[in-house]
Ligand binder design. Structure first.
Ligand SMILES: Nc1ncnc2c1ncn2[C@@H]1O[C@H](COP(=O)(O)OP(=O)(O)OP(=O)(O)O)[C@@H](O)[C@H]1O
Length: 581
């Protein structure tokens, strides 16, 4: 069987920049012209030396001085235009790539995202993508031009005298050989640097994210240790790398520019022997001096050559992650009945199964409550119904259609998922609510806010609906956040609402407000509620008791109290806690 050819990192990167190839090619051509103009100075000096040796009048030299000036002006103009083109193409490519990565995250299963430290996504989408900038904007035009122009000069030296041509090649070739030797380990070294950097980022993100716990439990020393070790390891890695690489760096940086070491003695011997004219000798010396600048400039991009594989690899890992496989075109769905048939589910390949062979009917317009001990699988069932994960076995259908056959956007329109920790973005309250339906008018946003019982507290804020929520909704109280999340879900007006009831004890006044908001949200809808307070679901059409990933019993409140010992126990516990409150 023919093995599938994996494209090289450069081919992959070049493919990402496909829309901007014309600009990138143009920037290479302009960079070559720019470096060529810069080299013109050396040709002009050589020409003037030849004129002076031939006893020419000083006036014959002025045109060469003029040409040299034109060369410098040309260099500035060509390189400025080349840089502008390559940077515009690069930043548009990076923008497209970041959009692609973010849109990809919305299509991969939740499990893939939750199983990856959030710092890792930040590092790839921000840092690794940014790491492409030197490659696209600088390496492609600048390295190409800084290699091609010296190559052309070397050919010219060979044309003047092939022996001097060979002499001018000795130290550059030796220098390039050393660069190649050090470059052999660079890719692996950089991969290691990415790993230590990732560990450091994850430790920092975890430390900052958990700072409240750290402060509350006075564990700053312990938690700080993990963070400090990651920072220490990162620094040590780069110090070790620098030490290992230093001998190569020092060697090529001193050998590569030392062209005169071979050119001068060879030229002297040949001139002395009468086989090299003084004019050619001096011209070659001047041109040899001009060779080294561009070559050193080109070598400064060798690091970029080595890191491109790692950067492209990290980005490709996200872009190639398996997606929830869904069709693109909407499908006709008959009604909003939800049905689970023989559903089993395992979070990860190495995890134990948490939902075992569950079957459940949820008729449209009914209230179904999922109750059960902590860890029994209620939230998992709710998230499977919302399509966050694919079931491992069995099927879940909506209106008779398997969820796997419904496009994600269409399923999303049918279901509003309101969890306890509904995230608010650091945007205005109005924008956060409008996420439920982006085309909603201000009047509609305010109408749902009234219905969800948050209009009055929002208006009391200094900037009303234009108040910023803070990152994660940090500028608002828990109850306020929850009511805004409910308003957002109301605006979406999905026929099925999945509600994860708050477990935290809320003060009675807030609880009453939230309950009122929930009633408004769920009126006339199919409601699936994960109930932690049994008092709120006594009138549910069907109470499903979940225990250890299975349905232990289901029915109405009165039936379950009689027939399900686990439910009877939970009810007693609820009554006890209510009386104690
Ligand atoms: N992302 C995850 N990866 C691996 N296992 C998980 C994940 N989320 C939950 N679990 C496991 O699945 C089981 C069911 O968890 P689930 O959150 O569904 O329970 P729950 O009944 O909703 O609990 P609670 O009432 O405490 O919220 C638990 O054993 C839990 O440890």
């Amino acid at each position: 069987m023919k093995e599938k050819k994996v494209p090289s990192p450069f081919a992959t990167l070049w493919g990402w920049a496909e829309l901007y190839h014309t600009s990138l090619y143009s920037s290479v051509v302009l960079a070559i012209l720019g470096v060529g103009c810069n080299m013109l100075a050396y040709f002009c000096v050589a020409a003037i030396i030849r004129l002076l040796l031939a006893g020419a009048n000083i006036n014959a030299c002025w045109p060469w001085c003029g040409l040299m000036l034109a060369g410098y002006v040309g260099k500035a103009l060509f390189l400025a235009r080349s840089t502008a083109l390559s940077h515009t193409a690069t930043y548009h490519t990076l923008r497209d790539l970041r959009k692609c990565l973010l849109s990809k995250l919305s299509r991969v299963p939740m499990g893939t995202i939750l199983g990856t430290p959030s710092g890792q996504y930040k590092t790839t989408i921000v840092d690794r993508v940014e790491g492409m900038e030197p490659t696209l904007a600088h390496l492609i035009p600048e390295m190409t031009s800084n290699l091609l122009v010296p190559l052309a000069i070397t050919v010219y030296i060979f044309m003047l005298d092939w022996r001097m041509g060979l002499a001018s090649l000795v130290t550059p070739v030796l220098g390039l050989f050393i660069v190649a030797q050090s470059g052999k380990t660079y890719g692996a070294r950089w991969q290691g640097a990415v790993e230590t950097g990732r560990r450091m980022t994850n430790a920092i993100v975890e430390y900052v994210g958990g700072i409240q716990v750290v402060k509350a439990f006075s564990q700053s020393a312990g938690s700080y240790k993990k963070y400090a070790r990651a920072v220490e390891d990162n620094a040590q890695y780069f110090v070790d790398w620098m030490h290992a690489n230093q001998k190569y760096m020092a060697s090529w940086q001193s050998i590569l520019p030392a062209v005169l070491v071979t050119v001068l003695p060879t030229g002297l011997l040949l001139w002395n022997g009468g086989s090299l004219a003084a004019g050619n000798f001096l011209t070659i010396i001047v041109l040899s001096l001009g060779l080294t600048g561009p070559l050193i400039a080109a070598m400064s991009f060798v690091d970029e050559l080595a890191v491109v594989g790692t950067n492209v690899g990290e980005i490709t890992k996200i872009l190639d992650a398996p997606e929830l496989n869904r069709p693109e075109q909407p499908v006709p769905i008959a009604g909003n009945a939800v049905q689970l048939k023989g559903v089993s589910f395992t979070y990860g390949k190495t995890d134990a199964e948490v939902i075992h062979d569950i079957s459940l009917d949820i008729p449209p317009g009914t209230v179904t409550a999922l109750v059960g001990p902590s860890g029994s699988g209620k939230s998992t069932m709710a998230k499977l119904i919302a399509g966050f994960w694919d079931v491992t076995a069995g099927t879940i259908t909506l209106g008779g259609i398997n969820l796997k056959e419904i496009p994600l956007a269409q399923l999303n329109q049918q279901i509003a998922y309101v969890s306890q920790d509904n995230y608010l973005f650091d945007r205005t309250i109005r924008e956060n609510i409008r996420m439920g339906r982006p085309e909603a008018t201000d009047a509609e946003v305010e109408a749902v806010s009234k219905a969800a019982g948050c209009d009055s507290f929002i208006r009391a804020l200094a900037h009303g609906y234009d108040t910023l929520c803070g990152s994660g909704g940090g500028h608002l109280s828990g109850g306020e956040k929850q009511r805004i999340s409910i308003a957002r879900a109301m605006l979406k007006d999905a026929p099925i609402v999945i509600l994860d009831e708050a477990t935290a004890s809320i003060d009675p006044e807030n609880e009453a407000l939230i309950q009122r908001a929930i009633s408004a949200l769920t009126k006339g809808k199919t409601l699936i509620v994960i109930a932690h307070h049994l008092g709120t679901i006594v009138n549910a059409d069907n109470i499903v008791v979940v225990d250890k990933g299975r349905i232990a019993a289901q029915g109405k409140q009165a039936e379950l109290q009689e027939s399900c010992p686990l439910y009877a126990l939970m009810w007693q516990a609820y009554l006890g806690s209510r009386d104690a409150a």
